[in-house]
Design a protein around this ligand. Sequence first.
Ligand code: ZN
Length: 200
Amino acid sequence: MKKGEKMSDELKLKLSLAKKGKVFTDEHRANLSKAHIGKKPTNLDMLRTYRKGRPLTEEHKRKIGLAHKGKTISPEAKIKIGLAGLGRVPWNKGNGEYMKGSKNHTWIPDRDKLKQKYNRQIGPLHTQWVKACKDRDGGKCKLGSKECSGRLEVHHIYRFSEHPELRYELTNGITLCHFHHPRKKAQEDELRELFIKLIS
Ligand SMILES: [Zn+2]
């Protein structure tokens, strides 16, 4: 085989079969590791493989911290970040099946009573509030873009759980489509200012 020539599939298969089940001798291993000493990863993928699972040293952590010191995000950048994340499926969606429901350690068998106590996003007041917000916003998503999709929802600008006093305030609700409804707390924080502006 000449240098630069591509391996045929047949040859690849032969090579892989020949290597199958072979274990490197300790000496070979030591040699391999010696050969890699001081070598730097040449591309990002390689770098990721090199770093995988290796904890950062304290020194490295400190340097990263220093590099970011004093950096603040402008309000515009914040909004941009928040908008960019909307409609994205979280990376861990569906990964948690194995700890859902009765498989979770926090599972309470007799949950009906709890539900009544905590799920108060129902009732005539809430229905009225939702309707009033939708009417004010013209029955449309306030972020209106070509990406709009899904049912209309009214979002609490200040969280339902943290601001009980604002639960049914017209000024604390904004009509959004399902796509544009923030799914993460961070997004809610990033977009709060924008939402307030949009409804005022
Ligand atoms: Zn929308």
